[in-house]
Design a protein around this ligand. Structure first.
Ligand code: SF4
Ligand code: SF4
Length: 373
């Protein structure tokens, strides 16, 4: 089968995708509704997907709603997608154990060897994965923990049909549809959900093999037309980053009064950095047992909003919330370009949805970079 060819899978055959993955020894990680949000967890069957669920998202607000729709993927995103599965929120890097003769024995935890298939990923999250790959795998220091989890991952994307009001991926170029036309589309399989089933396209050799095992049929003109209409509709998003030289303007406008305005509202809670799929900052520390026999060296997610993150050699580099918010936004949209060749924002909108102070990230960019300085 050619990769450019799109196939059709009946809605009633979606379960076949699950059984095929299981038959090929994959553990399936998919979206499911838990604790009032869409979360990626281990699932075994299509009935565990969020069928009939939609979302209302706004600055500082996230609510799941449900109707009789048969659709499984009529929602935009939850607080997390891939990041916690590859870059663990907290993990032991190594541990030292005191031996009876007083010497110390050092050991590293065994690396996981799981064959994971993710289903339901949006293109903004695949774009974020590419950025995390750049950081953890392609720099001078390759991260063995991330690399072990990244190896052999099977990625099944779903084109976004219902972006949230906080999404702005169309303006960053990272969505709402997966880029099937590039040489490295970033997915193994990509699904477009229609009312009666799914359009399916492969993006890799593992995707080709999977597709050969599914009961797909040729698509009709009408289905391809529906896909196009859905894509055009999804690209009409309420929010957007302004079409301005944001990289330079943010770096130049460090004295803009809007930074003070933001600092008055921002709680420095760090939610935005925790939900952001591209943030990679972390802190390391020691956890020693009460009898001092074992010491664990841990790594856990950190945030540029915490006081300790800006503390270096007796000096606090970012004493106030103004400086911390400025660090967060200018890193993401300005000097990330120098580090990694593009911006660090994929327009997923999570930082706006999950901000308890309802700070609207793209709106603040427009206020700082706009002409009315
Ligand atoms: S900065 Fe905000 S919108 Fe951009 S990738 Fe991070 S969480 Fe998503
Ligand atoms: S911008 Fe919002 S989410 Fe981020 S630290 Fe400030 S209050 Fe918390």
């Amino acid at each position: 089968m050619s990769r450019a060819t799109v196939h059709f899978l009946l809605r009633s055959d979606l379960e076949r995708l699950f059984t095929t993955l299981t038959d090929n020894q994959y553990e399936i990680i998919g979206p499911t509704v838990k604790d009032g949000a869409v979360l990626y967890t281990p699932i075994q069957h299509s009935e565990q997907l969020p069928q009939g669920w939609q979302q209302l998202q706004a600055p500082g607000a996230y609510r799941m709603t449900r109707d009789n729709s048969q659709r499984y993927f009529a929602w935009a995103n939850g607080p997390q997608a891939l990041k916690p599965w590859l870059f663990a929120p907290r993990e032991i890097i190594w541990q030292a154990e005191r031996q009876p003769d007083g010497s110390l024995q050092f050991s590293e935890p065994a690396q996981p060897d799981r064959k994971l298939a993710f289903i339901g990923l949006r293109n903004c999250d695949l774009a974020a994965l590419k950025l995390q790959d750049q950081h953890f795998l392609q720099g001078q220091y390759r991260d063995p923990y991330y690399a072990a989890r990244r190896k052999g991952l099977l990625l099944i994307a779903v084109n976004c049909s219902h972006p949230a009001d906080t999404c702005f991926c169309a303006s960053t170029g990272d969505g709402p549809h997966a880029k099937a036309d590039s040489e490295q589309p970033g997915f193994d399989l990509c699904l477009t959900e229609l009312d009666d089933g799914f359009l399916v396209q492969s993006g890799s050799e593992p995707g080709d093999q999977l597709l050969e095992q599914l009961p797909v049929s040729p698509t009709t003109e009408n289905q391809l037309h529906q896909q196009l209409q859905q894509a055009l509709q999804a690209a009409k998003q309420q929010r957007a980053l302004p079409s301005l030289p944001i990289k330079d303007l943010l770096a130049e406008r460090r004295d803009h009064p809007q930074w003070d305005d933001i600092a008055e509202r921002c709680l420095a809670c760090g939610n935005c950095t925790q939900v952001c799929p591209t943030c990679f900052c972390h802190a390391e520390g020691e956890q020693v047992s009460l009898n001092s026999a074992v010491s664990e060296h841990t790594r856990e997610w950190a945030s540029c909003f915490s006081e300790g993150h800006g503390y270096m050699a007796g000096h606090q580099a970012r004493p106030g919330i103004r400086e911390r918010y400025q660090q967060w936004m200018t890193h993401k949209l300005s000097y990330w370009h120098d580090q990694y060749g593009r911006s660090g924002c994929t327009g997923c909108g999570r930082c706006t949805t999950w901000c308890p102070a309802a700070i609207d990230f793209p709106l603040e960019v427009s206020r700082i970079c706009g002409d009315d300085e």
